[in-house]
Each structure stands twice: as C-alpha cells, then as structure tokens.
Design a binder for this molecule. Structure first.
Ligand SMILES: Nc1nc2c(c(=O)[nH]1)N[C@H]1C(S)=C(S)[C@@H](COP(=O)(O)OP(=O)(O)OC[C@H]3O[C@@H](n4cnc5c(=O)[nH]c(N)nc54)[C@H](O)[C@@H]3O)O[C@H]1N2
Ligand SMILES: Nc1nc2c(c(=O)[nH]1)N[C@H]1C(S)=C(S)[C@@H](COP(=O)(O)OP(=O)(O)OC[C@H]3O[C@@H](n4cnc5c(=O)[nH]c(N)nc54)[C@H](O)[C@@H]3O)O[C@H]1N2
Ligand SMILES: [Mo]
Length: 571
C-alpha cells in the first residue's frame, strides 16, 4: 500500500477492484465508511459478484472475470479523451505517457463493453466520477491479481492513478490490502523463491550483501550449493512445487525433491490436490510445523512424516508488519500449551541438528529482538532499519498518543513519529513514511519522490522518442538541495550505494541534504523488460468467448518458468 488504511479517511472517492473488504478486511471498513459518510465520497466497487462491499457501494460495476485490464485501460482512455488527466503531474513526474496513451486509445467505451460486459456509457460515467472527486483511493485485492495477466492488470491500476495525478497524496494512492496476518512482513522478508530478503534478488551482489549482514563467509555460502549457478536461479513456486517430485512436466532441476517442510502452509489452499497427493506419496520425508494437523498431514498415509506442533501467535512474540507497512510488536500472552513449541524454538532445533547453529546465530543472542535487529540491518532497500525493537515496543505501549487521521503521535514519548514507523523508516531518528512518493513533506519527515531505478534516459522503440527518466525541475521535497530530479546515491562510501552501505552513511548523507537515498525520478507507464510493455487485455486461458481469444491471444508457452514448463497458448 502506498497509503494506509487510516488515510482512506481522506479520500474524495474510492474504487475497489476485486476486493471484498467487508468480509476479508473488516477493520478497513471503519475508514472506508468514514470517507463515504463524512466526505460524501463515492464508493465504486468493481466485482463480478454482488458482494458485501458492493452492498455499501454508491456505484456497483459488474465485470466479466479476467477482463479488468480492458476496463481500466478504457477508463484511462476516457480520462485522456475528455481532458480529465492531470497534465502537470504527468509532465513533471511520469514517464512513457504518450506511448501508453497510444495503447489505451484502442480501448474505446464500445470495445470495453464487448470485452468486459460493462455498458459503454458506464465506462465514461465512472471515469467522470473519478475525475470530479479527487483524490481517489484505489484498492485492489485478489480479484485483480490472480490471473495469468495479473501483473498487467495491477500495472493498469497504477497508471490510472498516475494519469489522474492521485499518487503521493493523502486520500489517494494504490492501496493493496494484504492477506493473512503479517503477510506484508513475510513478503518483505521475501519468503519467496526468487529473492533474498527485502527484495534484493538472487544476483551475486545480493548474496554478498546478505553474507556481510549475516557475517558469514561468501565462499562458504557458495559451497553450500551443488554448483554456484543454483544460487542465482529461482526456485519452484508454492503453486507447483510438486512437479519437483513427480517430474511430469519438463522441469529444470538436477534431482527430484526428496524432502519437504510445510511451515505454516496448509495445502487445502492449493489446487491440483491429486498431484500434490502423488508428490507426498513419493517424498522420503515430510515435516509439518503447524499448531494443527493440517490437510497435508491427513493426506500423508506413510512413514517418515513428522508433525511438529508449533505455538499460535498468542504464544509467541516478535515484530509483525501490517498491510499499511506498519511494524508492531506482538507480545506473548500465554506460554505455549499442550506441548507446542514456538517456531523460533523449532527452528533452533533444526539448525542445531544440521550443524550450523554457530553461523546461524552469530548475531542473534536474544530471541526475537536480535532477529528484528539483524533483518533491519540488511533491509536497506525498503528502509526497515529505523524500526528497532525498542522503538516498536514504545509505540505499542503508547497507542493512545497517535492521531487516527494522520497516524502521527502528538506529544508523549513517540512525539512526531508515525504509528508503526511505516517503511521506509530510514534511520533510528526517522519518523517513518506514512504515504509513499509524497513530495509535500521533507524526506526527514516522511516525504519521498518516486524512486530512480531504471536508468537516466530511455528511448522508446515504438516512437523513437528519448525521455529523461528523472523528475522535472521544480519537483522536490521541501529542503532538498537539488530542486528537481536526481539519481540514486552511490559511492558516498566508495564501492557501495544506498542499498549496500551497511554503515548507513549514504542514507544519512542523502537525508541531511534533504534528498531521498533512492533518487528522484518519474513513475513509468512503459515497462520495457516485461512481455507487455504497456498493459493490454489478454483473454483468460479458460474463456467462454472464443472470438476474443483470437483477438486478444495469450502468451506463448514458457519453458522453465520458476523451474517448470508453463502452458499458455497450448492450454
Ligand atoms: N474472513 C477472511 N478474511 C481473510 C482471509 C480469509 O481466509 N478469511 N484471507 C486473507 C487473505 S490471505 C487474503 S489474500 C485476503 C483476500 O481478500 P479479497 O481479495 O478481498 O477476497 P477474495 O474473496 O479472495 O476476492 C475478492 C473479490 O474478487 C472478486 N473477483 C474474482 N474475479 C475477479 C475479476 O476477474 N475481476 C474483479 N474485478 N473481481 C474479481 C471476487 O468475486 C471477490 O469478491 O483476505 C484476507 N482476509
Ligand atoms: N481455491 C483457492 N485457493 C487459494 C485462495 C483462494 O481464494 N481460493 N487464496 C490464496 C491465497 S490469497 C493465500 S494467502 C493462500 C493461503 O494459503 P495458506 O497460507 O496455506 O493458508 P492457511 O490455511 O491460512 O494456512 C496457514 C497454516 O498456518 C498455520 N499457522 C497459524 N499460525 C501459525 C504459527 O504461528 N506458526 C506456524 N508454524 N503455523 C501457523 C495454520 O494452522 C494453517 O495450517 O491460499 C491461496 N489459495
Ligand atoms: Mo492471500
């Protein structure tokens, strides 16, 4: 989320796409209904089903599943055609607008009606509601993401907000309500097969960074892999890990998987259960760490299956991250019951038996405080370093000093801090960043421009046009030494940049000059390293509209996609 649940209170309109917040995120309703009732903010709900949230909507838009990219590109087109776009915001802070607008022009209201089932007049009317009620808070959830073109769909949401000039503003933003408790924290720690913690990726430089943080020898780390190349390769996804065992599809793996640990993962949430069951039957060892005997446990009718009863969240403590990038301390309420053990404890037993406890616990003496400190020390990319256990605990003890509208503490021991020290919280004296990309505040007070990540200049293939990727002159946070765009900070400490300088001198140097460590750039509408550089509609794989499959074909099949052959066109 660029903003926070609380900040939705300031929205002048809201659009929810593939989100049923009334059932899945009930706490957010407090703020959503506040905006609706107090600001008179229209509440637009886009969903194939008439949900509990739709029941509260001022405008319910029924959409055909899987056609959101067409609808949103249609909204973008309607906004531009009617001159409702924020020209100044686009001129100064957005890249690739012209190239994107060209693609969007295909999605006329009539084309959108054909693809989505939404009447053409509704497309223009919804665009007008958004144009007349700024800023709009835009929220998407699983209805927007769980599609084969999910990344195009979610990018179209972001582009809509850029075109309307709703980014970096209170009451605006792209607000993706996260899933289970601490899903944001789990994502930030990259419990994923394609990245080291804090989105560093799997390149050699990333491994070297984390080896420095963990204080382990890089060559030793390399020696843990069969060959070095496997360190840099993505693993399986949780959706298709079983292929690594049953090997029915062409997979990229030097040996079948022999053992699997399910740690707080319940396989009733997986599809293709018959394949999963087949894989479980073939595995030599299955370990399940869970407070309950799960579906997976029930499916394992075999030897060498270990159920390790873990404690629940009430029987352990530590830092957790909410959907609004806020970190809180959770205190243990009771000791684990019925012979359960804390996850930390189970991990310790495992690490000791594997024989590398000395290395693993080099920086960790006090659990869980030292774990929070160690992960913060390395997670510079997202500014997880200012949230020390001491600061987080102090905030949790002083809830009552924070303002519900701004999240800022007024007086008391946390005076001036934002609740949860929302990341990035660059240093131990930074208050946290309640709204991303907000240039109305100094960086030291939680302001930020857009990040510079994709070079300084770009020539577009389609138009041959060359464009500066940095923000225009005049776009800067109050107190910035440079009064316009600037690149990311590096070589303040020679050979390092803001993401890898563990001394944090680079971060402090940038902030002292009133500037963002990651630079001041434009948000891009064209992503040249993606298969679809500008979002377009592609018909869902299982479609009831064969005529549209021909018009909006899917991708070619993809060999070795997260180690497995992935069918698109052939499916
Ligand atoms: N009570 C409860 N709350 C939960 C959870 C839970 O299990 N139970 N799980 C948590 C987790 S992990 C998550 S991820 C969140 C999920 O929260 P949500 O994503 O809000 O919930 P879902 O019901 O998965 O999906 C939202 C809506 O997407 C719609 N939808 C389906 N296909 C499309 C489409 O193509 N386009 C559009 N626009 N909409 C579509 C569905 O009809 C549905 O109403 O909930 C969290 N909260
Ligand atoms: N058909 C269908 N499939 C889906 C979805 C859908 O909407 N429809 N939604 C998808 C989404 S968005 C998600 S997030 C996934 C969710 O998939 P999972 O995360 O696998 O779902 P949960 O059932 O919440 O499983 C979590 C497990 O963690 C255990 N647990 C709880 N607390 C602790 C703890 O402190 N320690 C340990 N070790 N274990 C604990 C619980 O007992 C439970 O068994 O499902 C996905 N699959
Ligand atoms: Mo989820």
């Amino acid at each position: 989320m660029t903003n926070s649940l609380n900040d939705i209170r300031h929205a002048k309109s809201m659009i929810f796409i593939g989100s049923n917040a009334a059932e899945a995120h009930p706490v957010s309703m407090l703020h959503i209904l506040h905006a609706k009732e107090v600001n008179n903010a229209p509440l637009i709900v886009v969903d194939p089903r008439y949900t509990k949230l739709a029941a509260k909507a001022t405008d319910y838009v029924r959409i055909r599943p899987g056609s959101d990219a067409a609808f949103i590109m249609g909204l973008i087109n309607a906004v531009i055609k009617n001159n409702w776009h924020d020209r100044e915001f686009i001129r100064t802070r957005v890249a690739g607008f012209e190239e994107m607008a060209e693609v969007a022009s295909h999605y006329t209201p009539e084309v959108v009606e054909d693809i989505t089932g939404i009447p053409a007049s509704e497309v223009t009317r919804i665009a007008e509601v958004l144009a007349n009620n700024r800023p709009t808070s835009l929220t998407w959830c699983m209805g927007g993401t769980q599609h084969h073109i999910g990344s195009s769909i979610t990018r179209s949401f972001c582009i809509l907000q850029l075109v309307l000039g709703n980014m970096g503003k209170s009451g605006g933003g792209t607000n993706i309500f996260r899933g289970h408790d601490n899903v944001q924290g789990a994502t930030d720690m990259c419990v994923l097969s394609h990245s080291l913690p804090a989105y560093y990726g799997l390149k050699d430089g990333s491994w070297k960074h984390w080896c420095r943080v963990w204080d382990v020898d890089y060559d030793w780390m390399v020696s843990r892999f069969k060959e070095k190349e496997w360190m840099n390769k993505k693993g399986f996804t949780i959706a298709r890990w079983y292929e690594g065992v049953i090997q029915e599809d062409k997979i990229e793996q030097y040996t079948p998987l022999k053992a699997v640990i399910f740690w707080g993962a319940a396989s009733n949430s997986q599809s293709q259960f018959f394949k999963l069951k087949k894989a479980l039957d073939q595995l030599e060892l299955v370990v399940i760490v869970d407070p309950f005997p799960t579906n997976t446990a029930a499916a394992c009718a075999k030897d060498n299956v270990y159920l390790l009863p873990s404690s629940s969240q009430y029987e352990t403590s530590g830092s957790v991250t909410s959907t609004s990038r806020q970190i809180q301390w959770r205190h243990k309420i009771v000791e684990p019951v019925h012979g359960c053990r804390e996850d930390y404890d189970i991990m310790k037993g495992l690490v000791e038996r594997l024989g590398f406890a000395d290395t693993f616990y080099k920086n960790i003496k006090q659990v869980p405080e030292d774990i929070t400190l160690e992960l913060g020390k390395g997670s510079l990319t997202i500014g997880y370093n200012g949230q020390t256990p001491e600061r987080i605990k102090r905030q949790t003890e002083n809830w009552h000093t924070f303002d519900i509208d701004t999240l800022e503490a007024k007086g008391g021991p946390c005076d001036g801090e934002y609740f949860g020290l929302p990341w990035p919280c660059w240093t131990t004296d930074h208050p946290g960043t309640p709204i991303l990309y907000d240039i109305s505040k100094p960086v030291a007070r939680g302001g930020l421009p857009f990040r510079n990540r994709f070079g300084l200049e770009k020539t577009y293939d389609s138009s041959g046009r060359t464009e500066n990727q940095l923000a225009a002159a005049g776009v800067y946070n109050p107190g910035s030494e440079v009064r316009g765009g600037y690149p990311e900070f590096k070589d303040v400490v020679p050979g390092t940049n803001w993401k890898t300088d563990l001394s944090q001198k680079t971060l402090r140097h940038a902030i002292d000059r009133g500037m963002a460590p990651f630079g001041n750039a434009r948000a891009r509408c064209v992503v040249w390293n993606f298969p679809d550089q500008v979002p377009i509609h592609r018909e869902p794989l299982h479609s009831p509209r064969p005529d549209l499959i021909a018009k909006y074909p899917t991708y070619e099949d993809k060999p070795n996609h997260y180690r497995v052959f992935t069918r698109y066109r052939s499916e």
